[in-house]
Design a protein around this ligand. Structure first.
Ligand SMILES: NC(=O)c1ccc[n+]([C@@H]2O[C@H](COP(=O)([O-])OP(=O)(O)OC[C@H]3O[C@@H](n4cnc5c(N)ncnc54)[C@H](O)[C@@H]3O)[C@@H](O)[C@H]2O)c1
Length: 458
């Protein structure tokens, strides 16, 4: 944890507006309602769906022990500049869908606020240009919340590489497996449209591409990608005899690929009733027609320092986790993480979201327990296990440390030895791989990142 000083007594709190009041906003709302409420406060909401603003305004009202809602000012998508002026907003937290980030960042910076933005920074080359010119014109700041950097296992791998124990890195092999609960979720809603999410190479893999940039302290230069939609989507369902499918998960009964919003009161409140405002369905069928993103991806990336990465993402695995191998001139480091050992089904056939709560559910296996292991093996030596500090909470303990870095960064004394805080340039370097990968998928050719027009060189 970076060293922090206490806030000055009586110092004004930083004024935040939450832009995009969906699921992800909850992490920031809880942080400002709870452990970071002494240094920051939420002063306004913005979303195009008033039902989801109602949810959070009621939630904050209850958390503040108010009789009823918090009654914070609320704005629709057109009201960003007005909100920043009327509510004296210092910082806008952007948690809208990926393809809207660039426009909202641009408008917020130009209206005089700083920005905290969820990954990915943006989904297109044009988005990169819009953001880089807004930063150049305003001199303002962006915080990229790359929470995976903060998971102790991922910071530990960086320390191993930076210590020189495995020498100069020559290559990385990185495999990410999303299971049929989490993976399917990207095929239910806006993520499944490339124009909204950039596809998984941007929406999901920007986390992973950022990790490799961060681990190696290097910059990607060239990308070759192959992939396709091979499991989800209507065509695949028909070919495998899974047709017809329910249009939506809620009320679909015992289908293991369906999400029934009634099973989760928070999701039901955030998405079911607010459907009447915008028709946005949180629980669409992952085997629907018209999906434009890939569920199997294989990518080769070259780095400026000479290393090469082979990367794969699969979104329909029976277990969830990742494996990273880093080869160096002095040896090799291996990180293995199992986040969910199996997607098990209950007796009615539905997927069980929390297998530990239903130990008798069919299919549970002791061979793949949840856990993490970091090994280092130097040439001519036996393998050694590197202890990983215990993290608590979301994303391997990363979310809590990230939030401290976001909300108390003005109280930091000295640099974080792990160098985890990320800015817009880190965001650019991560999405550049996905943008180049998407071009490579279309053309079948390797793509030089220097040939992209991102507004500035990486
Ligand atoms: N770092 C992580 O681990 C992590 C996890 C989940 C989501 N995310 C990111 O957080 C963001 C939000 O994801 P989510 O799962 O909460 O999505 P969501 O669909 O639940 O919420 C998005 C919200 O933005 C609103 N919105 C969309 N476009 C808008 C616009 N132009 N103006 C105003 N409001 C708009 C929607 O009405 C919705 O309330 C995404 O960028 C996603 O990639 C990051």
């Amino acid at each position: 944890m970076p060293q922090l000083v206490d806030p000055e007594p009586g110092a004004p709190r930083v004024r935040y507006a939450v832009v995009g009041t969906g699921h992800r906003a909850g992490m920031y709302v809880d942080a400002l309602n709870g452990p970071h409420g002494d240094v920051g406060e939420i002063v306004a909401w913005l979303d195009r769906n008033p039902g989801r603003i109602d949810y959070y305004d009621g939630y904050v009202g209850r958390a503040r022990d108010l009789d009823g809602t918090a009654g914070l000012p609320r704005y629709d998508a057109d009201g960003l500049e007005r909100m920043i002026a009327e509510c004296a907003v210092d910082v806008v937290i952007v948690t809208t869908i990926d393809s809207t980030h660039a426009e909202l960042i641009d408008r917020a910076l130009r209206a005089g606020a700083d920005v905290v933005v969820e990954k990915p920074l943006t989904t297109t080359e044009e988005g990169c240009r819009v953001i880089t010119s807004a930063i150049a014109d305003t001199g303002r700041d962006i915080v990229m919340t790359f929470n995976y950097r903060y998971a102790p296992r991922n910071s530990s791998l960086r320390e191993v590489i930076r210590s020189g124990r495995i020498g100069t890195v020559t290559s990385v092999h990185f495999e990410w497996a999303l299971d049929t609960v989490h993976g399917a979720d990207y095929f239910r809603r806006w993520h499944r449209q490339k124009e909204s999410s950039g596809g998984l190479l941007i929406h999901k893999s920007s986390h992973h591409f950022d990790l490799v940039n961060y681990w190696l302290g290097d910059v990607p230069t060239r990308v070759y990608a192959r992939g396709g939609l091979k499991f989800y989507g209507a065509e695949n369902a028909r070919a495998r005899g899974l047709w017809p499918r329910p249009e939506r998960g809620t009320g679909a009964g015992d289908d293991p690929f369906s999400l029934d919003l009634h099973d989760d009161p928070r999701l039901a409140a955030l998405y079911l009733e607010p459907e009447r405002y915008d028709g946005y369905r949180r629980d669409g069928d992952p085997f629907a027609e018209g999906i434009t993103i890939e569920d199997n991806l294989a990518v080769v990336v070259d780095y400026r320092g000479g290393a090469v990465m082979t990367y794969s993402l699969n979104a329909h695995s029976p277990w969830e986790g990742y494996r990273v191998t880093v080869n160096g001139t002095e040896g090799r480091a291996e990180l293995e993480v199992t986040e969910r050992g199996a997607v098990v089904r209950d007796e009615s056939g539905r997927a069980v979201l929390d297998p530990s709560a239903t130990p008798d559910a069919l299919g549970a296996s002791e061979l793949r327990p949840e856990g993490e292991r970091l090994l280092v093996q130097r040439h001519w030596e036996a393998a050694e296990e590197v202890p990983i500090p215990e993290g608590q909470g979301g994303h391997g303990g990363g979310d809590a440390i990230l939030l401290t870095d976001v909300f108390r960064r003005h109280l930091r004394v000295g640099e974080d030895p792990l160098g985890r805080a990320a800015g817009y340039r880190d965001g650019l370097r991560a999405v550049a791989v996905g943008i180049a990968g998407n071009i490579s998928l279309e053309t079948g050719q390797a793509v030089d990142i220097s040939g992209l027009d991102l507004g500035e060189a990486l």
